[in-house]
Design a protein around this ligand. Sequence first.
Ligand code: SF4
Length: 210
Amino acid sequence: MNKTIRQQIFARLQAHNPHPTTELEYDTPFQLLIAVLLSAQATDVGVNKATRVLFQVAPTPDKMYALGVAGLEAYIKTIGLYRTKAKNSIETCRILLAQHGGEVPESREALEALPGVGRKTANVVLNTAFGHPTIAVDTHIFRVSNRTRLAPGKDVREVEDKLLRFVPAEYKQDAHHWLILHGRYVCKARKPDCERCVIADLCEYPAKPL
Ligand code: SF4
């Protein structure tokens, strides 16, 4: 795929959705961090349902830490892997309070040192809470990048590195939200909805029915 087509793809996605953002509900970087931690192998809808109640009771690291693991589990048990996620979240609160003054650190290294926080979660927090032009490659972005040939790669890191190289600078901040939403709602895993795709004429998926 050449530079002009990549430019056109993002111009189209932007025209279609000028202000994309995460579908996770949050008010602060801390709440975003916890919501992303809870969202691994779960849907944003399911996470939002639980956090709407949880964040009323425990909106900050000290209040969440005070719940303890069992107390937190009671609020998130509708979410998959909730026991591990409760343990990681409480330990994250403890570290934020002990080492970061109760704030979420704006650094990849410090974020990735938190339990349950990998490169993808750190990228989401850096991008969405702090405005860094990072790109978090999840299953949707991996699929869309490969199918369209926008940034083909054999693993998520290769796709991330290529996207960081290939996405035009003016689109980098919002690229991951556009690609996630496109993958979630249009370029779906089982059957891509090519008929209603706004980038169908630009996409280089060999099997697209157009
Ligand atoms: S044309 Fe089809 S395969 Fe290509 S991006 Fe659109 S939905 Fe995905």
